[in-house]
Ligand binder design. Structure first.
Ligand code: R5P
Length: 331
């Protein structure tokens, strides 16, 4: 019997890898929202912890030749979240997935991106090595602490930005946002602040700050003019809210009228919620890259708001799956 030299086009097309989306435990509501936008069911998988603290993950459907996306954000408990993702990637590869993309809305270890004191680990790079060793073929993430963290990966990284979502939010809250000032809490956030200021057609200011410890920062000066203006503070994340408190205080002392805050990642660790509840701001918004429990929203004295980035992730997944450009999503 003769074997056809080349498979007919219909046969090749029919073999295109099915799109499969799974999620770890860290932010299943975001994963479900992404699936709702994509119009696909969230894949069935199970994660269990043994009494000795070992984690086991188990897919409950076939992944063979699938184009698999695993959604897992690095939020509390961060080490468990990372370990679960490693195991999910490894199990997907063992189950003959065609391609595995780790969808990491918040890559927390991006803050460990340099050797800024002796005898420490550049953990952002180490986690990147481990993800690739586990078998990740691609990474999809959002607002890395510093864009160059992208370079820790040898596999392709699609790095989404929440800037459009944050600036549209400001515009909805303050229709004459163009009369306001976008304030960068430190030198590291000036580029992001300047892009948002350009979108709002507003002014720009910056704080020169010094970090004293994990929970304390000291502002040295505010560069720019916020007197009598509505101020929009933007940052990559709020963790303990130490930076935020100092930024708001200095803006107020320089005559800021109203203060709105929007960041990509609302981690709200340690004293953050208590600090925000007592802060002289109209609102603090963050996206749903990290799950913000209702209890935190309630304890914030009505200050916290959550913005949805699921459509952005869904569009990025569609484009990656179909081989279309992802950069078109930024404009
Ligand atoms: C600092 O470089 C970052 O951009 C954030 O300002 C910082 O991670 C926020 O941390 P915290 O809320 O603990 O001050």
């Amino acid at each position: 019997m003769s074997v056809p030299h080349r498979a007919p086009a219909e046969l090749l097309n029919s073999r295109r890898s099915p799109l499969l989306v799974f999620a770890g435990q860290s932010n299943r509501p975001l994963a479900q929202a992404i699936c709702d936008h994509l119009g696909v069911p969230l894949g069935r998988s199970k994660t269990e912890k043994f009494t000795n603290d070992n984690i086991i993950v188990h897919y409950e459907e076939s992944l063979r030749e699938g184009d698999v996306f695993i959604v897992q954000t690095f939020s509390n408990p961060v080490s468990d979240s990372i370990m679960e993702l490693m195991l999910m990637i490894d199990a997907a590869k063992s189950a003959s997935a065609g391609r595995v993309t780790a969808v990491i809305p918040y890559y927390s270890y991006a803050r460990s991106d340099k050797k800024d004191s002796p005898r420490i680990s550049i953990a952002g790079r180490l986690i990147a090595d481990l993800l690739q060793e586990a078998g990740a073929d691609r990474i999809l993430t959002m607002t890395l602490h510093a864009p160059q963290v992208h370079g820790f990966f040898k596999v392709p990284v699609d790095h989404l930005s929440a800037d459009l979502v944050l600036s549209e939010h400001f515009r909805q809250c303050v229709p004459d946002a163009h009369n306001g000032v976008v304030l960068a809490p430190d030198a590291g956030s000036i580029k992001r602040a300047s892009q948002i200021a350009r979108r709002l057609d507003s002014g720009l200011a910056m704080i020169d700050k010094e970090r004293l410890s994990d929970t304390e920062v000291r502002p040295r000066a505010l560069i720019g003019d916020v007197d009598g203006k509505t101020v929009f503070i933007v940052d990559d994340e709020i963790s303990t809210a130490g930076s935020l408190v100092e930024t708001v205080n200095i803006a107020r002392s320089m005559g800021a009228k109203d203060v709105y805050v929007a960041v990509t990642h609302g981690v709200y660790s340690g004293p953050a919620i208590q600090r925000i509840a007592g802060l002289d701001v109209t609102q603090v918004a963050s996206t749903n890259t990290v799950l913000v429990p209702d209890s935190k929203v309630e304890a914030s004295n009505g200050k916290l708001a959550v913005l949805d980035v699921a459509p952005l992730f869904a569009n990025a997944i569609t484009n990656i799956h179909t081989g279309a450009s992802v950069s078109t999503l930024f404009t």
